[in-house]
Write a protein that binds this ligand. Structure first.
Ligand SMILES: NC(=O)c1ccc[n+]([C@@H]2O[C@H](COP(=O)([O-])OP(=O)(O)OC[C@H]3O[C@@H](n4cnc5c(N)ncnc54)[C@H](OP(=O)(O)O)[C@@H]3O)[C@@H](O)[C@H]2O)c1
Length: 261
């Protein structure tokens, strides 16, 4: 018997009562309520992954989850503020309870707050570090058992960490954001060295301006249609899913025509 759809923490609840979903492969995508994360969730849904999608604002997340469910994907949506350790743990345990396995983890949620150095507010330093970096570390720690289990099965386990082109060069005014995104590149490299031999591959995505709500602040200077598409980033995840266990892609940069580092 299927339970009626329920608007609870896990929003789409079309599973047999008391049973785990029998998805062959499963993924967590954070920051999946818009932009890059939503596009990546769609690609993983198309590739047959059972999804746990997480983001902060419940209405926005619910709308995104409804859209994905309407496209026929198997998913649950978990509202969480990922700056909070307990909320990260909540997402991971909801995922484990529903799917019992984790093949792809996408650490994509992120925030950027610009300010000149003299005006940087401590609470905004903490917020960017907590969401952009600390939550990724905690996600790895909380997921490592499930990641190792899927890797021992097929050696195609993948973790994608959304960094930025600001993680490759320092950016004035976005200095704290740049620092956190550099840390994501460094963390990804460290994880490849530490757990790569277990069959867990990590990739840092480093895009320049992508047309998402995050870049609304700059759309007066750079037209949305001149920005990278969220789907361009998401297609790279499809490519990563198809690389052989012998091939690790530590990072991918995405720039606009005429741009370089
Ligand atoms: N757009 C760009 O040009 C660009 C370039 C390089 C890198 N990036 C990176 O790409 C990633 C995705 O950004 P985007 O451009 O797709 O922007 P976006 O559309 O604004 O998406 C950001 C996502 O992160 C979620 N999020 C933010 N704070 C959160 C928190 N405390 N807890 C849980 N979820 C939270 C947002 O949910 P709510 O909306 O509910 O907060 C949203 O789902 C970020 O890591 C960003 O730094 C973006």
């Amino acid at each position: 018997m299927l339970r009626a759809p329920a608007r609870v923490a896990g929003f789409i609840e079309g599973r047999p009562e008391g049973e785990q979903m029998a998805a062959k492969r499963a993924a967590i995508v954070t920051g999946a309520s818009s932009g890059i994360g939503l596009a990546i969730a769609r690609v993983l849904g198309q590739e047959g992954y059972g999804l746990t999608v997480a983001a902060r604002r419940p209405e926005k997340l619910e709308a995104a989850a409804e859209g994905l469910a309407g496209e026929g994907f198997e998913l649950q949506a978990i509202q969480a503020n990922l700056g909070d350790e307990a909320e990260v743990q909540k997402v991971v345990s909801a995922h484990k309870e529903r799917y019992g396995r984790l093949d792809v983890l996408v650490n994509n949620a992120g925030v950027g707050v610009g300010a000149p150095v003299a005006e940087i507010e401590t609470k905004r330093i903490d917020m960017q570090i907590d969401i952009n970096l600390r939550s990724i570390v905690i996600f790895y720690r909380e997921c490592i058992e499930m990641l190792r289990a899927s890797a021992s099965e097929h050696r195609e386990t993948l973790v994608v960490n959304t960094s930025s082109i600001s993680g490759k060069h320092g950016e004035a005014w976005l200095s704290v954001y740049s620092a956190t995104k550099h840390a994501v590149v460094g963390w990804t490299e460290a994880m490849n060295k530490e757990i790569g031999n277990d069959g867990i591959k990590s990739t840092a995505l480093c895009p320049a301006f992508v047309d998402t709500p995050m870049t609304d602040f700059v759309k007066g200077q750079v037209a949305a249609e001149e920005m990278i598409r969220p789907e361009d980033i998401a297609e790279s995840v499809r490519f990563l899913l198809r690389t052989s266990p012998a091939c690790v892609v530590p990072e991918i940069m995405f720039v606009r025509p005429g741009e370089g580092l």
